[in-house]
Ligand binder design. Structure first.
Ligand code: G3D
Length: 200
């Protein structure tokens, strides 16, 4: 009886909470990405950890998709903030890596940060969504261009779920497709179970 009631309580009043890190160099479009997730299909709350944007270490957005609640953590991409990324790996259920498709000059810098991130053993098996952002800009790098540039890193991706998705955070194009894919991947990844959180 207790099990039945506790199951009912969980079903009615609790969500499965998943933490998804949003990583990438500064200016890649991470902040705009959080804001562009479709508000009609999901409830979203965005907040910053402090009011001084230039000092802000992370921005958090939350979306509810069915019984799953995804918390997005934008950790910031500046050099000094990249050194903090790995502090969050153990808690994360998924990673979204955002690339600025218009910035060919910083592509090798982005690849370096990407490679360091996927080399972390703590992230092994964690689903990875790579977003080739700013596809609205004419002559930007395409997904095949980016795959070619990042091809050395492919073996390090290993067996984890991985998708490279073109998108435009400015208009939301391609963003929901990526998020929906991420939701499916984190829910089916039995190696990183969700936290149970009361619905607020
Ligand atoms: P960050 O959080 O990764 O540092 P931001 O990046 O979300 O702050 O975006 C950096 C700049 O890129 C912003 O321009 C933003 O408007 C722009 N941007 C983000 N996504 C897109 C996109 O899909 N298309 C285009 N054309 N621009 C985008 P500003 O001028 O405000 O610095």
């Amino acid at each position: 009886m207790y099990t039945l009631l506790s199951g009912l309580y969980k079903y009615m009043f609790q969500k499965d909470e998943y933490c998804v890190l949003i990583l990438g160099l500064d200016n890649a479009g991470k902040t705009l990405l959080i804001l562009s997730v479709d508000l009609k299909k999901s409830k979203i709350r965005c907040s910053s950890c402090c009011s001084l944007t230039f000092l802000c270490l992370l921005t958090v957005g939350t979306i509810d998709v069915g019984k799953a609640r995804l918390m997005f953590w934008d950790l910031g991409g500046q050099d000094e903030l990249q050194s903090l990324w790995d502090k969050y790996y153990a808690e994360s259920h998924g990673v979204i890596y955002v690339i600025d498709s218009t910035d060919e000059e910083r592509l090798s810098e982005s690849k370096e940060a990407f490679e360091k991130m996927i080399s972390s053993e703590v992230l092994e098996g964690v689903p990875l969504l790579v977003l080739a952002n700013k596809q609205d800009v004419p002559n930007c790098l395409s997904v095949p261009d980016i795959k070619t540039a990042f091809s050395d890193s492919a073996p390090k991706i290993g067996k984890r779920d991985c998708l490279v998705q073109p998108c435009t955070a400015l208009t939301g194009d391609g963003v929901n497709e990526g998020i929906e894919w991420m939701v499916k991947c984190v829910v089916r990844n039995i190696h990183r179970p969700p936290r149970q959180k009361d619905i607020t």
